[in-house]
Ligand binder design. Structure first.
Ligand code: CUA
Length: 315
C-alpha cells in the first residue's frame, strides 16, 4: 500500500491551526522549564565549587530560616505556574471552543476495529480514510459504537476519546494538503494496534469533487466474475453487515463498501487495496484482525475471489 507519500510526523510537526497553537504552547513550556533547569544546575554548581569545605574550616554558620527567601521561592514558582495555567486555559479555549448547537461536518464513529466517517451535510459515508478540505474549520463529532477508542492524528494535535454514549468534539482546520496518518490511541481490544487512520487534505475544489464522486452510485458489474461476485455478496451473509449504494445491501454494522475501490488500504490500513488481499480478507478476516466483528465464513477461495472482483470494481 502506498503510504510513503504521508507527511513525516514528530512531536513538533503540525498541520492544523489548532495543532500549531498547541505546539507553540509546548515551546513556551519548554523554554520556561529549561530556564528553570539551567538556573538550578548553575546555582548548585556555583555553590558546590565556591563553598567547598577545605581542611581546617570551622563549622559553617547555622541558618535557621530566612523569611524573605522563603517567601521569594514560594511566590516565584507560584507565579510561573499561574502564568502557565492561564496560558493553557486560553489555548484550550481557542482549540476547543464551545460547540453549542453547531452541526458536525463529520461524524466519526469508532468501531472494533475500524472508523466510520459520515458527512451529515452531504450524505457521504466512508470508512478508515477521512477527507478534509484545506483551510476550512471542520467540526468532527467523535462517537463510539462499542468500547472507548481515541481518534489521534499526531499532526492534528490533540487526541480525542471516542466514548460510547458521550459524543466529543474536535475542530480541525488543516493548512497543508496531503496525506496524514494516525491510529487509535486507547486500548480497545485485541486488534487495537490495527486500527489506523488516514486523512487526506484536499484543496476546497478537489474536496468538492471528491464529495461528488462519493455520492455517485457505482455502475452495476458487467464482467462475469464481478456479476457472480455480486450475486454471492447479495445471497451470502455480507448484506447483513455492509451497505453498497444502489443495491439491496443497506446494513450499517460494518464499513460501507460503496466506493471500496477508491480506498488506499483494506482493513483500516492493514493491507494494500487489491483483489488478492480483499479475497484473502473475505476468506478469513480473523487471521488479519483478531477479534474483529467479521467472522470467518463458509466461503471458498474462488467465491471470495469473485466477491473481491465485484467489490474492487465499485468506484
Ligand atoms: Cu480502537 Cu484502540
Amino acid at each position: 500500500m502506498d503510504l510513503t507519500t504521508a507527511h513525516d510526523t514528530n512531536i513538533f510537526s503540525y498541520a492544523t491551526d489548532q495543532a500549531r497553537t498547541i505546539v507553540y504552547l509546548h515551546y513556551v513550556d519548554l523554554i520556561i522549564c529549561f530556564g528553570i533547569l539551567f538556573t538550578v544546575i548553575g546555582l548548585v554548581t556555583y555553590a558546590t565549587i565556591k563553598f567547598k569545605a577545605r581542611p581546617g574550616d570551622a563549622e559553617p554558620r547555622q541558618d535557621e530560616g530566612n523569611v524573605k527567601l522563603e517567601i521569594t521561592w514560594t511566590v516565584i514558582p507560584a507565579l510561573i505556574l499561574l502564568f502557565l495555567g492561564v496560558l493553557t486555559a486560553i489555548v484550550m479555549n481557542s482549540v476547543n471552543p464551545p460547540v453549542g448547537k453547531l452541526q458536525a461536518d463529520v461524524i466519526v464513529n469508532a468501531h472494533q476495529f475500524w472508523w466510520e466517517y459520515r458527512y451529515p451535510k452531504t450524505g457521504v459515508v466512508t470508512a478508515n480514510e477521512l477527507y478534509l478540505p484545506e483551510g476550512v474549520n471542520t467540526l468532527l463529532e467523535i462517537r463510539s459504537a462499542d468500547v472507548i477508542h481515541s481518534f489521534w492524528v499526531p499532526d492534528f494535535g490533540q487526541k480525542m476519546d471516542a466514548v460510547p454514549g458521550h459524543p466529543n468534539h474536535l475542530f480541525l482546520k488543516p493548512f497543508a494538503r496531503g496525506l496524514f496518518t494516525g491510529a487509535c490511541s486507547e486500548f480497545c481490544g485485541a486488534a487495537h494496534s490495527l486500527m489506523r487512520i488516514m486523512v487526506t487534505v484536499l484543496s476546497p475544489q478537489d474536496f468538492k469533487a471528491w464529495t461528488e464522486s462519493q455520492l455517485k452510485v457505482p455502475a452495476a458489474p458487467t464482467e462475469t466474475e464481478a456479476v457472480h461476485g455480486q450475486e454471492l455478496f447479495m445471497s451470502k451473509t455480507c448484506v447483513q453487515c455492509h451497505a453498497i449504494a444502489g443495491t439491496d445491501a443497506k446494513a450499517l454494522v460494518g464499513p460501507n463498501l460503496t466506493h471500496l475501490a477508491d480506498r488506499k488500504t483494506l482493513a483500516a490500513g492493514m493491507m494494500a487495496n487489491n483483489v488478492d488481499n480483499a479475497a484473502a480478507w473475505i476468506v478469513n478476516p480473523q487471521k488479519y484482525k483478531p477479534g474483529c466483528h467479521m467472522p470467518k465464513m463458509r466461503i471458498s477461495k474462488e467465491e471470495a475471489h469473485d466477491i473481491a472482483v465485484y467489490l474492487e470494481g465499485l468506484k
